[in-house]
Design a protein around this ligand. Structure first.
Ligand code: ATP
Ligand code: MG
Ligand code: MG
Length: 552
């Protein structure tokens, strides 16, 4: 059949719907609001929200996992909402905050204590670590493990009331100190933190551990399939233990998939925060960052990111994806939708000496060869134009088909010109090129006897507009910055941002911020969201060059 093969998670879900285990599917995307989302999160967003689009009645919750009282900022909450929407997904009425469930976690802990399945432990954290054992040595039960239910209830109530210092005691589940799975050796449920919480203020002195809170959050929201990354595979028995032993209203199932890793970047929030805080980049939305806000500002499209996630697929195998694949998807999409414009990044003046002074002639060029409906536009050709410095060579090799003494080239959309001379500064820099245009060659074939094998882009010196163009490249010089001995900061690419003073045609200057186009023969660009002012201060970011210059 034509239907694409389902990934293993979608297969499980299809099976659960077919068997009648579930009537529909409810997934969730649960970011902790302690940083901006990155391209790895996009994989999880596309998976969870994608599945919700595929079944009648299905939905995906956006849940802020804000049970940590550590600083969680509204700035992060807002950025996460913006990013999910930008990727093309909607949570509708299903926006949740895990901190709204604090009472339920607490009741569940009481429930466990009453059933003899949780106890307050006064060991120091060092003692607990030592008594946990390891893969070959079973754990040693805590001397506090067999306290009575009454004593535990009393101590836990006093923990809640703030009667103990941080670290003085914790509440632990009573599971199995000899389990081969270390996560089941009486894991912590609650720790004492005398901290302010953005939602609940100073109401609580105890905060639930992630492993305890997460399954309860899922169950409360009637999540059917709780999708997480492979690191949590070993935590699944614990997830199931909480679901089986707490008074939950539903039984979600945890399924793990491989996280996305990309070459030439880092993706842990801690490291991204460090890049921001230490000013290695200009902010979370710096176009060099792998954050959603960074790649958005760089000009990547949501379609390209979604296509990329689809291409990477959902598997159980951890690996690292070549960033070139993401760049390929960006080019592939922009090639179809980005209008073409002419911009000269390293301007060199070309004077047409046989062109009448003050004379202007309109040249007609195609807006997008991939989409005839976008039509054509007219650009005024003038006596003086800017061409790309690298399109002229004083002493070109035979295979160079652009300008050189006595050589011909076509000005894109316009006339064939023949180079008749050039000026040079004392330091050897070419300062001006002179040429004569060949009358009758606009829109016409190359005349007999003339060798002209290329067309170059150009911008009228009379009408061209100054622009600041930011040429972005990969943030790191090595594929795996995390694996670097000197740390990831030691391999930051100093050339990841180069700014050039360019000349652009008027139709690339009078555009809104966020306007995307292809600068012919150069790459894809976007008018910067923050610094570009239409027609006045033109600022472009390079999204991706036309060709992969990193290809081996
Ligand atoms: P970090 O380690 O960068 O802080 P995190 O996993 O702690 O990331 P969360 O805010 O908790 O960040 O992530 C929200 C969701 O996104 C989680 O369900 C997590 O599994 C998923 N996620 C995070 N990073 C990736 C990734 N690289 N690939 C796929 N999914 C990811
Ligand atoms: Mg997390
Ligand atoms: Mg984290």
């Amino acid at each position: 059949s034509d239907s694409p093969k389902l990934d293993f998670i979608r297969e499980i879900i299809a099976g659960d719907l077919a068997s009648g285990k579930h009537e529909t599917t409810i997934t969730r995307f649960p970011p902790e609001p302690n940083g901006y989302l990155h391209i790895g999160h996009a994989k999880s967003i596309c998976l969870n929200f994608g599945i919700a689009q595929e079944h009648p009645g299905a939905r995906c919750h956006l849940r802020f996992d804000d049970t940590n009282p550590e600083k969680e900022e509204t700035e992060y909450v807002e950025s996460i909402k913006t990013d999910v929407k930008w990727l093309g997904f909607e949570w509708g009425d299903n926006l949740y905050y895990a901190s709204n469930y604090f009472d339920f976690y607490y009741e569940s802990a009481i429930h466990l204590i009453k059933n003899g399945k949780a106890y307050v432990d006064h060991q120091t954290s060092e003692e607990m670590r030592a008594n946990r054992g390891n893969l070959t040595v079973p754990g040693t039960p805590s001397p506090y493990r067999d306290r009575s239910v009454e004593e535990n209830l009393d101590l836990f109530a006093r923990m809640k009331a703030g009667e103990f210092q941080e670290g003085e005691c914790i509440l632990r589940a009573k599971i199995d100190m000899a389990s081969p799975n270390l996560n089941l050796r009486d894991p912590a449920l609650y720790r004492i933190l005398h901290a302010e919480h953005h939602n609940t203020g100073d109401a609580w002195h105890i905060y639930p551990m992630y492993d305890f809170a997460h399954p309860l959050e899922d169950a409360l929201e009637h999540i059917t399939h709780s999708l997480c990354t492979l690191e949590f595979e070993n935590h699944r028995p614990l997830y199931d233990w909480f679901i089986d032993n707490c008074p939950v209203p539903s039984k979600p199932r945890q399924i793990e998939f491989a996280r996305l890793n990309l070459t030439y970047t880092v993706m842990s929030k801690r490291k991204l925060l460090q890049l921001v805080k230490e000013n290695h980049v200009s902010g979370w939305d710096d176009p060099r960052m792998p954050t959603i806000s960074g790649i958005r500002r760089r000009g990547y499209t949501p379609e390209a990111v979604r296509n990329f996630c689809k291409r990477v697929g959902i598997t159980k195998y951890n690996g690292t994806t070549d960033v070139a694949l993401l760049e390929y998807e960006v080019r592939d999409h922009l090639n179809k939708v980005a209008p073409r414009r002419m911009a000269v990044l390293e301007p060199l003046k070309l004077v047409l000496t046989n062109w009448p002074d003050g004379h202007e002639e309109d040249v007609e060029v195609v807006n997008n060869p991939e989409n005839p409906e976008e039509g054509t536009r007219r650009i005024a050709l003038t006596r003086e134009v800017w061409i790309e410095r690298e399109d002229f060579m004083e002493d070109p090799p035979k295979k160079f088909f652009r300008l050189g003494p006595e050589r011909h080239v076509r000005l894109r959309g316009g006339y064939i010109v023949k180079c008749t001379g050039y000026e040079k500064a004392d330091d050897g820099t070419i300062t001006e090129v002179r040429a004569e245009f060949l009358p009758g060659t606009m829109g016409a074939d190359t005349p007999e006897g003339v060798v002209c094998k290329a067309a170059i882009h150009w911008v009228s010196a009379t009408h061209g507009v100054d622009a600041e163009v930011r040429l972005y490249d990969r943030l790191f010089t090595v594929e795996d910055p995390d694996g670097e001995e000197g740390g990831f900061l030691s391999v930051i690419n100093p050339d990841a941002l180069k700014t050039v003073a360019a000349k652009v045609e008027p139709a690339a200057a009078d555009v809104e911020a966020g306007f995307r186009c292809q600068f012919e023969r150069t790459g894809y660009f976007i008018a910067d969201a923050k610094d570009h002012v239409p027609g006045t201060k033109v600022v472009y970011n390079r999204t991706v060059p036309l060709r992969d210059s990193w290809a081996k």
